[in-house]
Design a protein around this ligand. Structure first.
Ligand SMILES: *Cc1c(COP(=O)(O)O)cnc(C)c1O
Length: 362
């Protein structure tokens, strides 16, 4: 493992976009982190360079067989001053879990947290300061070996790029519930496949259904298990929680859903608050019955982008369940308020989740 990072800084930076009109993942900062892999040297030539297009061989394996993994996390301007990250080691550990399944060589997570901090230090002027805004961080690895045979590549490129993103909700007390379409024909994954990884193909395979949901007037897709089309899995890029008769239920990690860091944080925080949280199988019929019985109190998704996304409407076959009068429920609101407060330093970090960026670094 190469532990020196060479730095090539731009002399004049880009003009920053209007931070009041940032759409997600559209603008990128001045620099990126890059590192290469080959069989002789392992990971080598770690460097921070100007953000620029790549020159790649058209036969690079990633283009043909999709061998790639990615991550997503955020940096925040802390109310206490400085910049901070939220559980970054978890993202790099998870990237190794994804890489293992995709037969991509692993990377030392501590080295990557350190590399990320150096990159953030260089592009620190890009980290938004307004309420709700943040700097989205996208680490990813692609197979770069030029070859057309289906095989694990012998060459890879790891990159980290940064994108300032706007607030998901205009104001935290105005979280707007999303509407969700429960897919009953196509499936996202199955135990034994790659649903627990962040790999490109999972998302490519979901796009047709996402479009169908949008055409039907729904924001996102909820996937059911591939075998019985009965048990709830997760949303496109969010895990899902149900509050039924005072208890919280979320699908257990079964090998086909993603082990979300927001999911984990929500479970820890709810237990810290004294709630009963059950990680178990939950069927769409159970959810429907709870709704009939008047016990389906809240439904919400969890993920880095929105933190908490309350679900107001759930479309399943011919029925539409309206949850909590299509309003954000109190548990969804408290979770959002607390987790986003911890992320931005506005609330005490009771569970030790934030990692500050030391200004003297680099
Ligand atoms: C990224 C992702 C999530 C959420 O994970 P977080 O770590 O909370 O951001 C959930 N499901 C899928 C399919 C994802 O890709």
């Amino acid at each position: 493992m190469e532990h020196d990072i060479t730095i090539k800084q731009v002399t004049t930076g880009k003009t920053k976009p209007d931070y009041n009109h940032l759409s997600f993942g559209k603008y990128f900062t001045d620099h990126m982190f890059v590192m290469d892999y080959n069989e002789e040297d392992g990971w080598f030539d770690a460097r921070i360079t100007p953000y620029e297009p790549l020159l790649m061989d058209p036969s690079s394996l990633m283009f043909h067989y999709g061998q790639s993994v990615f991550e997503g996390l955020k940096a925040y301007t802390s109310k206490k001053g400085g910049i901070q990250l939220f559980r970054p080691e978890k993202n790099f550990n998870r990237m190794n879990i994804s890489s293992d399944r995709m037969n991509i060589p692993e990377v030392d997570p501590d080295f990557l947290v350190d590399a990320l901090k150096k990159l953030l230090h260089i592009d620190r002027d890009w980290v938004p300061v307004e309420e709700g805004q943040s700097l989205y961080i996208r680490p990813f690895i692609i197979a770069t070996e030029p070859a057309l045979s289906v095989k694990p590549a012998s060459q890879y490129k790891l990159m980290i790029i940064l994108s300032p993103v706007g607030s998901y909700y205009a104001q935290s007390d105005q979280m707007s519930p999303v509407s969700i379409y429960v897919e009953d024909e196509y499936v996202r994954s199955v135990r034994g496949l790659v649903g627990f990884t962040k790999t490109a193909g999972n998302y490519a395979a979901s796009l047709k259904v996402q479009k169908k949901a949008e055409e039907l007037g729904y924001d996102q897709v909820l996937w059911l298990d591939a075998i019985e089309k009965k048990y709830i899995e997760e949303v496109g890029s969010m895990n899902i929680f149900f509050k039924i008769n005072g208890e919280i239920i979320t699908p257990a990690l079964n090998g086909s859903i993603l082990d979300g860091i927001t999911r984990d944080s929500v479970i820890e925080l709810l237990r810290h608050w004294g709630w009963n949280v059950h990680e178990r199988r939950i069927s769409i019929d159970e959810v429907k019955q709870a709704h009939v019985d008047g016990e389906l109190e809240e439904v919400f998704g969890t993920g880095t982008a929105a933190v908490i996304s309350p679900v107001g409407r759930l479309k399943w076959k011919d029925e539409e369940l309206v949850i909590n009068g299509n309003q954000t429920g109190p548990v969804s609101y408290d979770l959002y308020d607390t987790i986003s407060g911890i992320q931005t330093g506005a609330k005490e970090d009771v569970l030790g989740w934030t990692v500050p960026l030391q200004e003297q670094e680099t």
